[in-house]
Ligand binder design. Structure first.
Ligand SMILES: *Cc1c(COP(=O)(O)O)cnc(C)c1O
Length: 455
């Protein structure tokens, strides 16, 4: 830790983006006085249902840090939930947004089309798995992409049922709440939910010990007995569960489901909203499992922090909807599309897939070393720069949410942003921006290790 004059509390707002000093710097306890002022206003003005994990007033972010209004500089191991994969205020994104915002901000693509939307669709069709003919449609959020993928699959198959999985997370709108597994905080009290949604156990190697093919057989049997292939429009699954705990399915699970879908006229939807765009050390996590989804939903990392989402998939499926059936006022906003083109350029050309794997090696090496001497770390898992540790009671192996929460809280107090997840709330997930310097990542992990030792 060091103190620099650049962003003392009396300074004006520091410059954001890559120019920020890459250091952990604690000038006040968290939250400092300026942050407390904002949080008091938030409590008065913002609906209580909108929570926050880190009690600060963010004023700048870039590289591997988030700076608050009190001049504290926190190490960012969450990337705004896997959104700023490129790093905050990435220069290519900033330049593209500035150029576009001065040109025009909105025409509505459904009224007067523009090139950047088409360019993003072409790019997604090219970089998503599979070399079949593909088409894309753009939306505003991950939930909206998921809703549309389901609409498209139903229209194409003329069937209605949709299968989701235990530990799945697909959003907070009505249909996506129905697809999401966890009641608290996502669903409780918000029903009734959309109908014709079914749920299967997931392959969760750490807890079920099943092979991928046995877990897939269990799912297929559930479909055939409880739903019927003739009624099933789609299976939707995150190749690696995000909110559900970074669960990597056993080998063979996903390919067996894809094969079964192909044989039964069921659309296989990979929800890559969290796993997409280099995060897992591949452009898309589906590639890691050797699968080619029929439809793929993307959002989060797609546009360097601007709100954009997409459904991409087989042209004949994507084209099943009548004209006017898909869209939305803001879907594929020109500023977000300009940002996405810049972001995709960086993902493809700036070595980010390799960088995700380097970060993954640092994370896994450190966490498995900790695990070797601390049985409270039950499992270390993930791919690329999407790595998690699952915390358990050392004696029973039961999930330990209290320990997990205490570690996360201690890390934040020490200036390291970590996020928890998991159905049992006992997982800490590491999703750093790929722009984080190695020494900052290591320092962040030192803080995590100290918090674990003290807990
Ligand atoms: C975050 C997320 C969503 C929802 O995205 P929003 O942009 O928050 O609506 C859907 N699916 C997955 C896998 C996610 O991680």
């Amino acid at each position: 830790m060091s103190t620099t004059e650049l962003t003392s509390p009396t300074d004006t707002t520091p410059l954001g983006g890559p120019s920020l000093p890459q250091e952990r710097r604690m000038l006040t306890p968290i939250p400092g006085p300026r942050s407390q002022e904002l949080l008091a206003r938030k409590a008065d003005a913002v609906a209580a249902g909108v929570g926050h994990t880190v009690p600060i007033q963010a004023v700048a972010a870039g590289g591997g840090v988030v700076v608050d209004a009190d001049g504290n500089s926190l190490i960012d191991l969450g990337a705004g939930i896997a959104v700023t994969t490129l790093g905050n205020a990435h220069p290519k994104v900033v330049a593209a947004v500035q150029a576009q915002v001065a040109q025009f901000t909105h025409t509505c693509f459904m009224i007067s089309p523009y090139e950047s939307y088409v360019g993003v669709a072409e790019a997604l069709n090219r970089i998503t798995p599979g070399d079949h003919a593909k088409k894309s449609a753009l939306f505003n959020s991950g939930a909206e992409a998921v809703e549309n993928a389901v609409k498209i699959a139903r229209k194409f198959t003329k069937k209605q049922a949709v299968l989701a999985f235990d530990h799945g997370y697909h959003g907070r709108t009505n249909l996506t709440m129905a697809l999401t597994a966890k009641a608290m905080p996502y669903k409780s009290g918000f029903g009734p939910f959309a109908s014709e949604i079914y749920r299967s156990p997931l392959s969760y190697p750490y807890r079920d010990g099943l092979s991928g093919s046995d877990a897939a057989k269990r799912t297929i049997s559930l479909i055939e007995k409880q739903i019927g292939a003739d009624n099933l429009a789609a299976i939707i699954i995150e190749p690696i569960q995000g909110e559900g705990g970074f669960i990597v399915p056993a080998e063979g699970f996903l390919p067996a489901l894809v094969d079964w879908c192909r044989a039964n006229d069921v659309v296989f939807i990979a929800d890559e909203v969290q796993t997409g765009f280099a995060r897992t050390g591949a452009m898309f996590a589906s590639e890691l499992f050797g699968i080619v989804p029929d439809l793929i939903t993307t959002a989060k990392g797609i546009a360097g922090g601007l709100p954009l989402a997409a459904v991409t998939g087989r042209a004949e499926i994507m084209d099943a909807s009548h004209t006017g059936g898909l869209g939305g006022t803001y879907g594929g906003n020109p500023i977000a599309c300009a940002a996405a083109l810049a972001a995709i350029d960086a993902f493809e050309n700036d070595g980010l897939i390799e960088r995700a794997n380097e970060i993954g090696t640092i994370l896994v090496d450190r966490l498995t070393a900790l695990q070797a001497s601390d049985p409270r770390i039950g499992d270390v898992r993930g791919r690329g720069a999407m790595i998690a540790a699952e915390f358990v009671d050392a004696a029973t192996g039961e999930p330990d949410a209290a320990l997990t929460g205490a570690i996360a809280k201690a890390c934040i107090a020490e200036g390291v942003i970590v996020l928890t997840c998991g159905t049992y709330g006992n997982v800490i997930r590491f999703l750093p921006p790929l722009s984080i310097p190695d020494d900052l990542l290591v320092e962040g992990l030192d803080v995590v290790a100290a918090a674990l030792a003290a807990a």
